[in-house]
Design a protein around this ligand. Structure first.
Ligand code: FAD
Length: 471
């Protein structure tokens, strides 16, 4: 077994460039969803520990609306013994809660009683600033981060025994690409927070309204009623490209409001985003070098603990990261040693089970993006929403069971004749040995260096029958 040396600076206290001592027990880089939740949970469970939250922006949480089901939070991670249910410890962050929601498709409308919650960035920022106060550093851009220290772009060096990278997915290349060149699909949307002249009359969120003409993949609207005059309308796509036609979507959201009989007084806020839906393994999930894997040493690896979506911690089929961010916050806070090495090792073990689940969701993505006609993708979702409520809940929570999986795959998509079944089976064939998978997605560069090879892979040669692929 290879021995490892502790970095010389490990025990030294944190030093502030301006001379004042500034020791921290935990440093978290990135005050977005993952970093903010972990900082909050640490403050609640380890009030004696000093946690510094460093955020490059002027506020915490960016410009988001995060929605989640109450059932997203019930699945507990391995070894976790949470001292409060997530709904309770996250209560201060929640802007609105609803007791039911609905989905609308051309043939069916379904109302479900599962509670749904919304977190808006402004509430997130205010609640965290109140709780964490002086331990938040805004406008603090970190330029270098290791297992035991961070350096800001102004030259400030801060050290702590536990350093967490929660800096999120980096902006990706925006140039137009074709589907065949990409190793992921995209969930993309633009949302308008509208103030209406008269009450909208909505009593519950509409999480999917797919009764609209389909274009650019699966297209649907989301409506979240904040109060009787305010509603967030998002136009959303599951598409093979991250491009957003802002002008068209802006017109289309207004037209949607008009069709609903809602007269717009003002647009109070806009948000947009595109998140990858990986079709293959992530580069991070390739097996580690054996020296790292088997050494059991804390200090072999000089990287921080990575908890953000940039490290792939999100649901591969929905791109939602909140359930994982909550579980990881709880998981870390329940660990006996808050030091980078042990936390990284524990999280690595936790991730092994998590990856197994994500492989299934990536298979779903290959099914959607490589085997189903874009204009017919809504049919897959329509059938999916006809499944049992508890199965749908587990799917969104990222905790589908082995018996759920064939039922989900059995939604029988309309597959292009002779098209791409080989491609969407690809990762499953190597599921026990990710190192043999030729393709892997790097979230910092989702198009990857092997885009030409991937384009060639996408040629129409189907060697596995659709039937056998479906179960
Ligand atoms: C508009 C939008 C809406 C979404 N809605 C949902 C949803 O409803 N439910 C859901 O589960 N998921 C949703 N997602 C997906 C995902 O949950 C979010 O992207 C989520 O914010 C990811 O969390 P994160 O902590 O990994 O990254 P982020 O929330 O992006 O946080 C990263 C933070 O790190 C900061 N940072 C980056 N680099 C540095 C640096 N060098 N130094 C200091 N700070 C740095 C950034 O400024 C940012 O604040 C949404 C995504 C988008 C884009």
């Amino acid at each position: 077994m290879k021995s490892a040396k502790r970095p010389a600076d490990y025990k030294s206290s944190t030093v502030n460039a301006d001379g004042a001592g500034m020791n921290a027990d935990v440093i978290i880089v990135g005050g977005g969803l993952a970093g903010g939740l972990t900082a909050l949970r640490l403050a609640q469970t380890h009030p004696e520990k000093k946690t510094l939250l460093l955020e490059r922006g002027a506020t915490l949480g960016g410009n988001h609306t995060w929605g989640f089901f109450e059932s997203d939070l019930t699945a507990k991670p391995v070894q976790s013994e949470s001292r409060a249910t997530p709904e309770l410890w996250m209560q201060s962050l929640i802007s609105n809660s609803w007791n039911s929601h609905e989905v609308r498709f051309p043939k069916t409308t379904r109302v479900t009683e599962t509670r749904y919650h919304g977190i808006r960035s402004a509430t997130f920022h205010t609640a965290l600033m109140q709780k964490l106060g002086r331990n938040v550093r805004l406008l603090c851009d970190v330029s270098k981060i290791t297992a035991s220290q961070v350096e800001t772009s102004t030259g400030l060096v801060l050290r702590a025994p536990l350093v967490i990278d929660a800096s999120g997915i980096k902006p990706v290349q925006q140039t137009a690409r074709t589907f065949a060149e990409s190793s992921c699909g995209w969930l993309k949307f633009i949302g308008f927070d509208l103030k209406l002249k008269k009450p909208h009359g909505l009593t519950r969120p509409i999480l999917v309204d797919a009764t609209v003409p389909q274009m650019d993949g699966f297209r649907y609207f989301v409506c979240l009623p904040w109060d009787e005059h305010r509603v967030l309308i998002e136009e959303t796509f599951q598409s093979s490209s991250p491009e957003l036609n802002r002008e068209r979507i802006s017109r289309s959201i207004r037209a949607y409001a008009e069709r609903a009989g809602w007269e717009i007084e003002s647009i109070e806020r806009t948000e947009e985003g595109h998140s990858p839906l990986p079709l293959q393994n992530l580069v991070y999930d390739r097996p580690l070098e054996s020296s790292v894997q088997f050494s059991g040493e804390d200090f072999v690896d000089q990287t921080p603990v990575s908890i953000s979506s940039a490290y792939g911690w999100f649901h591969s089929s929905t791109s939602r990261s909140l359930p994982d961010a909550v579980r990881i916050a709880e998981f870390i806070c329940d660990l006996p040693q808050l030091r980078t090495g042990p936390v990284r090792t524990e999280l690595r073990d936790y991730r092994k089970q998590w990856i197994e689940q994500q492989r299934f969701y990536r298979l779903m993505n290959r099914l959607m993006f490589r085997a189903v006609e874009p204009s017919l993708r809504y049919q897959v979702l329509e059938r999916f929403y006809g499944l049992r409520e508890d199965l749908i809940e587990r799917y969104f929570a990222g905790t589908s069971t082995r018996t759920d999986r064939p039922k989900i795959l059995g939604v029988k998509p309309t597959v292009r004749p002779g098209r791409a079944t080989k491609n969407w089976m690809q990762e499953t064939a190597t599921s026990g040995a990710p190192e043999r998978t030729t393709e892997a997605l790097d979230l910092a560069n989702p198009y990857g260096a092997n885009s030409t090879a991937r384009a060639n892979d996408s040629t129409e040669s189907a060697s596995v029958s659709t039937k056998s692929a479906s179960v």
